[in-house]
Design a protein. Structure first.
Length: 336
């Protein structure tokens, strides 16, 4: 893949070598994310952060990543504050706003919308999530986290055993992660969900065609025993036709310390794309897991900054110039 000037819209764009390139650059970004050094390699560059669907982590993570490279961020949040609310097309919005930015990150509730926008944009566009379709940067940071967590146990992604738990029908993060895993070897996936919220059959077929083992289950306890990763997702209530329908599935699968101790291997890593729903009616990852050293959800979020810094550096073709524009940090900082 030629990253320079590229749109990052779908995981389907990536080959395994491309992923390793992103991860290599992400590793180089760690001193900057930890505030050990500052770089101004993108000084003067502008990110247009366009989020037409609620977001905290992804929006702030993209903005933080760009700021850490020395760039500036301009944000649009919600339809009501944009010209789209007045009937402007994605084409017109893309043509105009790409004139104000050097790169754009976009989230939109409609599947395929970011690709449509990118086709009209005059600058690179990164998909921050298009409805239930894809979330490529999340999948990359998830895989980067998996790679780092497994390395601590002298394991690699090839041969991974992973349980994906929860709303697998609407969860764009697990859709994109599955597509990434197709590039690896001998992965064993267990899909744990109510039958009504199962992983789309097309994705399951693609995984099996790639040579992976896929098991379907609606029994959480029976599915945890031999997993390297337990990847939980929340019920995507915004994708349901009514709150009442979403509530039918809320709290169906709950992972807490007692369940972990009884059914998981001692080193099973717990992941979640966040936000986790901590309301009593849901609570898919209990707060009593917060002191479990294998709870990787906050390391996962930190890794998102590294991966997004890498994407910006590659797309804007400055990955080999970051250190050239660096200097020491001169303020108090603490990172753990």
């Amino acid at each position: 893949m030629d990253f320079k000037g590229a749109n990052i819209v779908s995981i389907g764009q990536f080959e395994r070598a491309d992923i390793e390139r992103v991860f290599s650059v992400a590793d180089q970004m760690e001193p900057y994310a930890l505030r050990h050094k500052v770089t101004r390699v993108l000084e003067g560059a502008i990110l247009g952060n366009m989020f037409f669907e609620p977001s905290t982590r992804t929006r702030v993570s993209f903005g933080c990543a760009f700021n850490l490279l020395g760039g500036e961020v301009r944000e649009t949040t919600g339809f009501e504050s944009s010209a789209i609310a007045k009937g402007e097309s994605l084409y017109d919005t893309a043509r105009v706003l790409s004139g104000y930015s050097d790169v754009i990150c976009m989230r939109h509730p409609a599947a395929g919308s970011v690709g449509e926008f990118a086709a009209a944009s005059r600058v690179p566009v990164i998909n921050g999530g298009d409805g239930p379709n894809e979330h490529p940067s999340q999948a990359l940071l998830d895989l980067y986290t998996i790679k780092k967590e497994l390395a601590a146990n002298n394991r690699d992604i090839d041969g991974l055993r992973i349980a994906m738990i929860g709303d697998l029908k609407h969860g764009r993060t697990v859709h994109s992660l599955c597509k990434l895993l197709m590039l690896y070897k001998n992965v064993q996936l267990t899909m744990v969900s109510p039958p009504e919220l199962a992983m789309p059959e097309a994705i399951i077929e693609q995984l099996r065609e790639a040579g992976h083992s896929v098991l379907i289950s609606d029994d959480l306890a029976a599915s945890l025993g031999d997993q390297d990763i337990a990847y939980a997702t929340r019920i995507q209530e915004e994708r349901f036709s009514s709150q009442e329908e979403a509530d039918l599935y809320r709290g169906r699968f709950r992972l807490n310390q007692a369940v972990y101790t009884q059914f998981c291997k001692p080193n099973t890593v717990i992941m979640h794309p966040l936000p986790r729903d901590s309301r009593e009616s849901a609570n898919e990852l209990d707060n009593d897991l917060n002191q479990n050293p294998n709870l990787a959800i906050f390391r996962q979020a930190d890794n998102g900054v590294l991966v997004r810094m890498a994407l910006f550096a590659l797309v804007l073709d400055v990955a080999d110039q970051v250190d050239k524009y660096s200097k020491p940090v001169n303020w108090y900082h603490r990172r753990s």
